[in-house]
Design a protein around this ligand. Structure first.
Ligand code: FAD
Length: 475
């Protein structure tokens, strides 16, 4: 019998659950990927680093599969139709894929399964992108966890070699076949996209890029706990985009950190557990996509109207006058990446200094982050806005200046992304509007002329936020 493996956010040919099962169960296995126009058509721009990252990763995957006697069929159209069409053409008896937990993906897969069933073709999906999914880690009362630390403890109690073991695909690799429809990967132009700046960012794509980053990080992992909060330091793994598109295996990463032990590896493993945590939140509570985790937080009156739109634009365009916020927004705008500490700072600033709905910030991130992942992004935003499960309490409001002093003390990160502030002395780099007028002139940074004046007063904004959340408490 023959099967088709449908690749989605798992662009690798090793340690791959669906590929492993297909090779084990069938004597002929084809592979496919769909540039899904149901997704691509919703992208706001025809220049998108992610499309380019995927494309480059597919070129590598196709080459790797060809070396093993297979090849990737790359389609371009609505996946809900393309996969059943291809499966019928290839006369396979089953389609194998790895599970995706995002509500729209769940709907799409249900439709694909229905269409395949009508053709008498089976649809099998597997856990692959997380260590634990759905109901695998529950409270003693059998309920999903809403508190991270309790979830993490249960996760650590449950994990063992079985869950961290790879799915080896080598044993039955001879069953891979190249379908006649496998004619290489379309160019960006053929997909209707333009080249982004991904190349100039020296971002390494595909399995080789993921492996290279992970190798590099294993040298630094012991320092992760101490270094991870400082955006000017190379302290984190930078693997998020590879985790998003599955060019690395979560099992391999988690296994390494789990076996290695020590403070650095344990802290990093904890971040991988946050990833599982938010995935299970999204799976059990899909309403978080549009709503606050706690229904009563939907009543918060965020700022709206023209003035709010203008504030939102200053945030997007890095013109808030708070250097750490503006440098972070330049980072995401220019590279599609933002350091985790900065994501927390800018999310807090948008929601608590500008009073703007977290959904607007979440959507901006969704459009710009290379590693955009609905579960993690929604979780991060609701955490910062204090509307989420196990979120930052609403009365804990980040002060952007003290955050900047703590996490970018020398202003190194700020100066990297705001070269216009390069001559501002260290003493003023976090709050340049405090520079005396003569100093502003002498360093060539006159506030309001060369760099924005702060658009809000943090102390006042803080009071307004406390009132905003208290009003809700009373309602
Ligand atoms: P590392 O510090 O090396 O962590 C390793 C991996 O753990 C990451 O690659 C990621 O897969 C996972 N991870 C780390 N922190 C978190 C977290 N808080 N929640 C879930 N998973 C985590 N992460 C995304 O992958 N996609 C997003 O769209 C996203 N949006 C975010 C939005 C906000 C407002 C916030 C506060 C955080 C968001 N994060 C998101 C989490 C985190 O900021 C990024 O995963 C991290 O910065 C990526 O860099 P790294 O790979 O070097 O991380």
């Amino acid at each position: 019998s023959s099967a088709l493996v449908w690749f989605r956010r798992d662009l690798r040919n090793f340690d791959h659950a669906a590929l492993y099962h297909a090779l084990r169960d069938h004597d002929t296995v084809f592979c496919a990927f769909v540039f899904d126009t149901d997704i691509l058509d919703t992208l706001p721009s025809r220049t998108d680093r992610r499309v380019e990252f995927i494309r480059a990763s597919l070129v590598e995957l196709d080459a790797a599969l060809r070396q093993q006697g297979g090849a990737l069929v790359v389609c371009h159209g609505p996946a809900r139709k393309e996969i059943p069409r291809l499966a019928a053409q290839l006369e396979v008896s089953a389609v194998y894929t790895n599970r995706d937990y995002e509500p729209q993906a769940v709907e799409r897969d249900a439709e694909v399964a229905r269409r395949l069933a009508a053709l008498d073709i089976a649809f099998s999906d597997f856990k692959d992108q997380v260590i634990f999914e759905r109901d695998e880690v529950l409270t003693q009362a059998g309920k999903p966890f809403g508190v991270f630390t309790a979830y993490k403890n249960a996760w650590l109690r449950t994990v063992n070699d079985f869950y961290l073991r790879s799915y080896p695909v080598g044993n039955h690799i001879a069953q891979l076949r190249a379908a006649p429809q496998a004619r290489g990967v379309p160019t960006l132009a053929e997909l209707g996209f333009e080249t982004s700046n991904l190349g100039t960012l020296r971002m390494k794509c595909g399995m080789s890029g993921g492996a290279e980053l992970f190798d590099d990080f294993t040298e630094r992992m012991n320092d992760y706990k101490d270094a991870r909060d400082f955006p000017a330091v190379k302290g984190v793994s930078y693997l998020s985009t590879h985790l998003r598109f599955g060019t690395v295996s979560i099992r391999e990463l988690a296994r390494h950190a789990h076996q290695r032990g020590g403070a650095g590896a344990e802290t990093w493993l904890s971040e991988l557990i946050w990833r599982d945590f938010y995935h299970q939140i999204l799976y059990h509570h899909p309403h978080v996509v549009e709503h606050a985790w706690k229904a009563e937080y939907d009543d918060i009156r965020w700022e709206t109207g023209k003035a709010a739109d203008e504030l939102f634009a200053t945030w997007c365009e890095a013109r808030t006058g708070y250097p750490i916020v503006d440098a972070a927004m330049r980072q995401i705008n220019q590279t599609g990446f933002m350091h985790n500490r900065l994501r927390m700072i800018v999310a807090s600033f948008l929601t608590k200094d500008l009073g703007i709905h977290w959904l607007r910030g979440e959507r901006y991130f969704a459009e710009h982050l290379n590693d955009y992942d609905l579960a993690a992004n929604n979780g991060g935003w609701q955490w910062a806005a204090s509307t989420g499960c196990d979120a930052q309490p609403y009365f804990r409001i980040f002060n952007p200046v003290t955050q900047s002093e703590r996490f970018d003390a020398l202003g190194k990160f700020i100066r990297r992304y705001l070269p216009e502030l390069k001559d501002v002395p260290e003493k003023y780099i976090h709050a340049p509007w405090k520079m005396p007028a003569a100093l502003q002139e002498s360093v060539g940074v006159v506030i309001g002329r060369d760099y924005a004046a702060p658009i809000v007063d943090h102390a006042q904004a803080r009071e307004a936020t406390l009132a905003r959340f208290k009003l809700r408490d009373r309602s």
